[in-house]
Design a protein around this ligand. Structure first.
Ligand SMILES: Nc1ncnc2c1ncn2[C@@H]1O[C@H](COP(=O)(O)OP(=O)(O)OP(=O)(O)O)[C@@H](O)[C@H]1O
Length: 309
């Protein structure tokens, strides 16, 4: 797998003495959607800001498409588009002028055909002459994306792209991110919405207290750490788990009306057939059953909790 961003032994301590990044080693693959998850203050924005050249690194090395972010700053930066967490735009300018100016900042020759396509893709073409301050919050966010893409970067950072946006815009943004990936753009997004990572990401990295505690293919992660649960709706409620079943990972829920069996989804032998047989032998009947897989959210919470202890 070809790396497009390579981070080696990166640290960052702010002037306040706070060690925001302790030691980060991370490779981002070309063309992937990588989701960086972590609780507030974990270091996500610091990491992105260093890669994008906004915050100085402490020690370590970062390369963007083979360019060192310090020695070869301009080349590294030109590969990157950044949609920051906070919205800031030049309010009095038109959408068109703002996006055109952004492209110029990177020393790129004007290409109105490219910018037109970009604005059309982001449903901004009709608003090209509007002043940014007249736009809705969702439209302003699209302008931020248009600016970030104005110089045709091959890597796009989205720092909490859908914080505070409505469901429709969130879906539109997911769609747009997928289209960009199809065109070969590498996308790194941070998000608090775990369903966003679950929906979008090829790989997931979890950062906690300035350290990457896990990097994994999303599917592998969910398979590896996901627990499955089988819930039986009982015919008659149970007051307690019968002693014969003490060895089983069983719990009662819904005032004894549900029996919940937790098993390892990865394991070949789930033990379900045997459990159901034994329940029947003991006269414990059920009227319905359903199985569920733990969500990325549950996996994430247990990982971050684990790293705290
Ligand atoms: N300029 C700064 N000076 C001092 N400390 C800072 C500065 N910027 C961030 N920090 C601290 O560094 C830590 C990491 O912050 P960072 O913004 O990178 O976290 P984050 O994971 O992006 O959080 P959030 O999800 O809340 O955006 C936090 O403890 C924060 O208070």
């Amino acid at each position: 797998m070809q790396s497009v961003i390579s981070i080696e032994a990166l640290t960052k301590t702010y002037a306040s003495g706070h060690p925001a990044l302790k030691r980060i080693d991370l490779e981002i693959h070309k063309g992937e959607i990588f989701a960086l998850l972590g609780p507030n203050g974990a270091g996500k924005t610091t990491l992105i800001s260093i890669i994008c050249g906004i915050v100085n690194p402490g020690t370590g090395r970062v390369q963007v498409d083979g360019h060192d972010i310090i020695r070869d700053y301009r080349a590294a930066r030109s590969k990157i588009g950044l949609v920051p967490q906070e919205l800031y735009n030049e309010g009095f300018e038109s959408v068109w002028a703002t996006v055109r100016f952004s492209r110029g900042l990177f020393g790129k020759a004007p290409d109105d055909a490219y910018l037109e396509k970009l604005l059309r893709d982001l449903s901004l073409w009709d608003k090209r002459d509007a002043r940014i301050l007249e736009l809705s919050g969702g439209m302003k966010r699209r302008v931020m994306i248009a600016k970030a893409l104005s110089h045709e970067p091959s890597i796009l950072f989205l720092d909490e792209p859908t914080a505070g946006v409505d469901v429709e815009l969130r879906r539109d943004m997911w769609e747009m991110v997928r289209r960009l990936r199809e065109r070969g753009v590498t996308i790194i997004l941070t998000t608090h919405y775990i369903e966003e990572a679950e929906e979008m990401a090829d790989r997931i990295g979890v950062i906690s207290k300035g350290e990457i505690i896990l990097v994994e293919d999303k599917a592998v992660l969910m398979h590896k750490l996901g627990k499955k649960q089988l819930t039986l709706q009982l015919q008659r409620p149970l007051a307690a788990i019968p002693p014969e079943f003490a060895d089983y990972p069983l719990e009662l829920a819904d005032e004894g009306n549900q029996l919940v069996y937790t098993f390892d989804a990865q394991h070949e032998h789930t033990g379900i057939a045997e459990l159901l047989k034994r329940l029947a032998e003991h006269g414990i009947d059920f009227k319905d059953l359903q199985s569920s897989q733990s969500s990325l959210e549950e996996i994430f919470v247990s990982l971050v909790k684990g790293s705290r202890t």
